[in-house]
Design a protein around this ligand. Structure first.
Ligand code: UD1
Length: 336
């Protein structure tokens, strides 16, 4: 049976492109809208190499509500997966207005287009950043939402609130996925992360250091209250994360709830040093690193309780940090 057409905003980005691959492999027809603000057109070729299908693509800013409506109607869109947003924490502190405009107004524009065209299902990219430093670990979806540390984090919180209010009208069904730390790359190394400039995130910084693009990795603090003193995060392979979106479509199609929120992680925390050691071991590389000061705004530790996603989405992460560091390195190597 032919499956439905799915609008994927930000479908050429890191998580978006991996999700497009999983959608195609599951028989869906993705329609990508992306303004190439933080992505490259060459990603389309990577997707095609993996799936043998060139997805439909529009170079468009989602703030353009009218053209979005035309695309939705032309392709008889059934459900939207919404990735298109800015995501750099530091940049959001420097330019909050741009973040609120792009992320919050972008969602509103998309929701208006959906309402006009009678599209009633959306899967939203949220983040574990909404929990801040949780007092109870692992965090469940019922943990309190704390005051956001950055304008970026606040946009995720505000967008979840907007979606909750719209869902209450009965006109929209929402699945909000709170990602933990997405990392790795497609195992084929045809698609992966393309950080612009100096990476903020740990794994791309590690791979760029190993490749000689960066001189050394600085581990931000080793005096935290953890086993080896470095921060703990729940690193999830981007392919596992992508699959959670496909499962969310099944859920949203077969479930009556107006809005459901899911943690998407592995349930296992790793310290920064554990990631560094795993990278060295799996790839037989010695990494140049040093211990530096704590990074302001970092939380000490967080990892997910994923029971809700395991049960209701019928989804569970399959890949490990070993897969993450191997695939990330394979991807980095073909970039040079
Ligand atoms: C950040 C964002 C989060 C976002 C995620 C993925 C915050 C508070 N959260 O998470 O909202 O979803 O990125 O884009 O910013 N580290 C080093 N050296 C480095 C880089 C990182 O030691 O050069 C450490 C950090 O201190 C942290 C861990 O590695 O303990 C992970 O950092 P990072 O990849 O930046 O992700 P988060 O800060 O957890």
């Amino acid at each position: 049976m032919k499956k439905s057409n799915i609008l994927v905003t930000g479908g050429l980005g890191f998580i978006g492109s991996h999700t497009v691959v999983e959608l195609i492999e599951d028989g869906y027809i993705p329609v990508i809208v992306d303004n190439l603000n933080n992505s490259e057109l060459s990603v389309l070729t990577g997707i095609e190499k993996i799936t043998k299908i060139k997805p439909i693509f529009y170079n468009l800013n989602i703030l353009n509500t009218n053209i979005l409506e035309e695309i939705i109607i032309q392709h008889q869109i059934d459900c939207v997966i919404h990735f298109a947003a800015h995501k750099a924490v530091g940049e959001s502190v420097e330019n909050p207005l741009e973040y609120y405009y792009n992320n919050v107004s972008g969602l509103i524009s998309l929701l208006k287009a959906m309402e006009k065209c009678n599209v009633k299902k959306i899967i939203f990219s949220s983040s574990c950043t909404v929990y801040g430093q949780a007092s109870q670990l692992p965090v469940t979806e019922n943990n309190p939402i704390l005051k956001a540390e950055s304008p970026y984090g606040n946009t995720k919180k505000i967008c979840e609130e907007i979606l909750t209010d719209v869902a209450k009208t009965g006109k929209l069904k929402v699945v909000s996925l709170r990602y933990f730390n997405p990392a790795g790359a497609h195992k084929s190394a045809f698609i992966g992360e393309l950080p612009k400039g100096i990476p903020n995130n740990l794994i791309p910084f590690i791979t760029q250091t190993a490749a000689g693009i960066r001189h050394s990795l600085t581990i931000f603090g080793d005096d935290y209250n953890t086993l080896d003193g470095t921060c703990i995060r729940d690193y999830i392979h981007v392919t596992d994360l992508a699959k959670a979106h496909v499962k969310s479509i099944n859920f949203i199609n077969s479930n009556e709830s107006e809005i459901e929120v899911f943690n998407i992680g592995t349930g296992k925390g790793s310290t920064v040093l554990e990631i560094v050691k795993a990278f060295e071991k799996e790839n037989s590389i010695k990494l140049n690193y040093k211990i530096g000061n704590r990074r302001s705004g970092d939380i000490e530790k967080i990892w997910a309780d994923c029971k809700k996603a395991n049960t209701l989405l019928n989804w569970k992460a399959q890949l490990t940090i070993e897969n993450i560091v191997k695939d990330a390195w394979k991807w980095q190597n073909q970039l040079i």
